[in-house]
Write a protein that binds this ligand. Structure first.
Ligand SMILES: Nc1ncnc2c1ncn2[C@@H]1O[C@H](COP(=O)(O)OP(=O)(O)OP(=O)(O)O)[C@@H](O)[C@H]1O
Length: 346
């Protein structure tokens, strides 16, 4: 079961505090969307508006084309899975998973059949008769997912579902969540503040900041060509430095950069560390002094203070075969296509 979701100009205030401002978003049927942003940006508020736990001050929510804006949570085709996915300790996994179906009045044989199907989906069918106390964090999380999916929601809302797990388990569960979502085809809306998690899982990432959407799109597009400086910074490490546009070209402390255009004015030029290299390029940062250099296996992370702009520190991820030592001189450069340009004060 799956459905598209339409969020139309939703705003929400808690008293004087505006938590969401004019948020509009279309989510396709069967799409895996993550809401990504820093603490307090309004992710949970938006998810709660979708689930019916918060009535937005203004705006509308449509699910499968039907207006759900003021419809109670239990009457929506949504299920919310919270971070604190408390399981009933005195019930078997099967009964935990079948709980929502029992509440809905489904007979025992039918609900157990669904519970087994869902436990099978999350790889825990063999433990159906056991109780949750002996389960690891990851296994509990899987049972909670089976329970949420058992009622066959059209849209599953997940609020930091992996937040309680350690990093390694978190990464493993991300792969599993995505693969389960693919198999069931349900629309998933997943809140996280972890950019790597969003990239690992999402078909589409929605970057939020201060109650608004900053950018939305496939992970690779947002990473490579972010719409705003905020989205650029939130999606990973970014070098930025001042620039100036005259409308036709961009000038920096390192010279002019061809091929980038913006309305005349002060600008911020950005580049990812892995887009930097040693030697020549469209823009050379000129000689600089290596302030730090560290080997990370997949790359060497160097920090360089360029002579042309000694108040800047440029970070580059170089191939692991290159290991410049701190104190050495090094020239970094990059291709014009690797830069993003934003108006200053964006
Ligand atoms: N019931 C409430 N009353 C007043 N303010 C609230 C209430 N719920 C949330 N807020 C405020 O609204 C803002 C957005 O909160 P929200 O929980 O949506 O953020 P978030 O992006 O999910 O952050 P986090 O990752 O920390 O949960 C925050 O500043 C929060 O303090």
């Amino acid at each position: 079961m799956t459905a598209p979701v339409s969020i139309k100009s939703v705003s929400h205030s808690f008293g004087d505090f505006q938590a969401l401002t004019d948020v509009s978003l279309e989510i396709g049927s069967g799409e895996y969307v993550t809401l990504l942003g820093p603490s307090g940006c309004g992710k949970t508020t938006l998810l709660s508006v979708l689930g019916g736990f918060i009535d937005p001050t203004t705006g509308e929510v449509l699910i499968d084309g039907r207006d759900m804006t003021r419809v109670a949570p239990a009457k929506r085709p949504t299920t919310t899975m919270f971070q604190d996915y408390a399981l009933f300790p005195h019930m078997s996994l099967r009964d935990n998973v079948a709980f929502g179906l029992r509440m809905a009045g489904m007979g025992r044989a039918a609900r157990y059949a669904v519970a087994h199907e869902m436990l099978d989906l999350v790889g825990l069918e063999h433990a159906a008769a056991t109780r949750p106390h002996a389960l690891s964090g990851g296994q509990r999380q899987r049972v909670a997912l089976a329970r949420a999916l058992a009622v066959k929601p059209d849209v599953l809302l997940l609020d930091e579902p992996l937040g309680a797990l350690d990093l390694k388990l978190r990464r493993a569960m991300q792969d599993e969540l995505k693969s389960i979502q693919r198999r069931v085809g349900t629309t998933f809306v997943h809140v996280t503040h972890d950019q790597e998690e969003a990239m690992a899982i999402a078909d589409r990432i929605v970057v939020m900041n201060a109650g608004r959407i900053e950018d939305e799109g496939p992970p690779a597009r947002i990473y490579r060509a972010p719409a705003t400086l905020f989205a650029a910074d939130f999606m990973g490490e970014m070098n930025h430095f001042p620039a100036r546009s005259d409308g036709a070209s961009v000038t920096t402390a390192f010279g002019a950069l061809p091929g980038l255009q913006m309305a005349p004015g002060e600008a911020v030029l950005c580049i990812r560390p892995e887009a930097m290299r040693t030697g020549d390029g469209a823009l050379s940062f000129g000689p600089g002094k290596v302030a730090a250099s560290a080997f990370f296996g997949t790359h060497t992370r160097v920090q360089v203070v360029p002579e042309a702009a000694p108040d800047l520190v440029l970070t580059a991820h170089l191939p692991p075969s290159e290991m410049p030592e701190a104190g050495n001189r090094l020239t970094l450069s990059a291709d014009a296509s690797a830069f993003s340009l934003f108006p200053a004060g964006d």
